[in-house]
Design a protein around this ligand. Structure first.
Ligand code: 13P
Ligand code: SF4
Length: 314
């Protein structure tokens, strides 16, 4: 029996659903029931009727699923699959920052720990951050964290003056090389540059389209102006781009220091078929969250889902 067949069998026996992020390995995405960006995955986690959720992604994603579905067993194939962006904002530091800046509405990116979400008024993802900020009155003082690149991108689009931005970042998106992207563009002048808003501003400025992973995928599939795309985000998303538009050419953008030319998220790549099969067999490792943290974190995620539903974003 192949690993894939074993996962299928265990999935049926455990009455499990497999949710995977676009940044995981292609073979991991291929065994998932649903592959999506952070917003779509949190929506799925909130509505699935499966008894077990196997989350093929990183720790904050498993936590988000557990916060929304506390009665379900949420499995994360490798508990070491963390996130440099979530690590850049510790709950105790955010609590002190909020104390120093009272009267602000706290908006946190979903790439945060449950403890940070518990201190947050509204969670957002890269696909709804603009709309979440714009759902507040124009002069509302806002603390936005932890991604400084996404924060500055949102601030520029919305023109919000009253926005304090946390100084955190994702190591994958910080490492892309503008010079190498421009060299690729010179080699393929017809190519369009697609970038995730976690990228630094100089890269955003040379991009033809900026969006969440789901947004980049949709644009790449629907766009008819060219056949070649330079994709400036974690290269796992190219798997779905190539499947959905096999005649097009997708080139992963390189980081500054790289010989392989790609820029993998080492945390996402910890998820393997073997670990997924083991997790389904043992029903371990599970995500566990103290109930009082979970209840407060759920409020800020539900507010995001309510606003997103009202605006037709999910
Ligand atoms: P999205 O899924 O919102 O595109 O975010 C990407 C990301 O960094 C997930 O870790
Ligand atoms: Fe975190 Fe960046 Fe990896 Fe996404 S790509 S999980 S933000 S480290």
């Amino acid at each position: 029996m192949t690993l894939k067949e074993k996962i299928e069998r265990l999935k049926r026996e455990r009455r499990a659903v497999i949710l995977a992020h676009y940044y995981t390995e292609g073979e991991v995405q291929d065994v998932a029931d649903f592959v999506g960006d952070s917003l779509a995955l949190s929506q799925r986690a909130a509505t699935t009727d499966a008894e077990v959720i196997l989350f093929a992604g990183v720790h904050f994603m498993g936590e988000t699923a557990k916060i929304l579905s506390p009665q379900k067993t949420v499995l994360l194939p490798d508990l070491a699959a963390g996130c440099s962006l979530a690590d850049s904002c510790r709950a105790e530091d955010l609590a002190a920052f909020i104390d120093r800046h009272p009267g602000h509405t706290v908006i946190s990116y979903v790439n945060t720990t449950a403890e940070v979400k518990a201190l947050t008024d509204i969670v957002c993802t890269s696909s709804n951050a603009v709309q979440i900020v714009e759902s507040l009155p124009p002069d509302e003082p806002i603390i936005f964290g932890p991604d400084r690149n996404l924060g500055n991108y949102i601030k520029n689009i919305t023109g919000r003056e009253n926005m304090l931005i946390w100084d955190g970042a994702c190591h994958v998106h910080e490492e892309f090389s503008l010079d190498k992207i421009l060299a690729l563009k010179a080699e393929h002048p017809q190519a369009k540059i697609l970038a995730h808003p976690e990228c630094k501003r100089p890269i955003i400025l040379v991009s033809d389209y900026v969006g969440s992973t789901a947004g980049l995928l949709k644009f790449a599939v629907e766009d008819t102006s060219t056949e070649t795309y330079i994709v400036v985000t974690e290269p796992g998303v190219l798997h779905q781009m190539r499947r959905a538009a096999p005649s097009k050419r997708f080139i992963p953008a390189p980081p500054t220091d790289s010989t392989c030319g790609c820029n993998n998220c080492n945390y996402m790549k910890l998820v393997t078929l073997q670990k997924m099969a083991d997790a389904l067999e043992r029903l371990e490792p599970q995500i566990v969250i103290p109930e009082e943290v979970r209840v407060r974190a759920e409020r800020s995620i539900r507010r995001m889902l309510e606003i997103s539903q009202r605006l037709g974003l999910v």
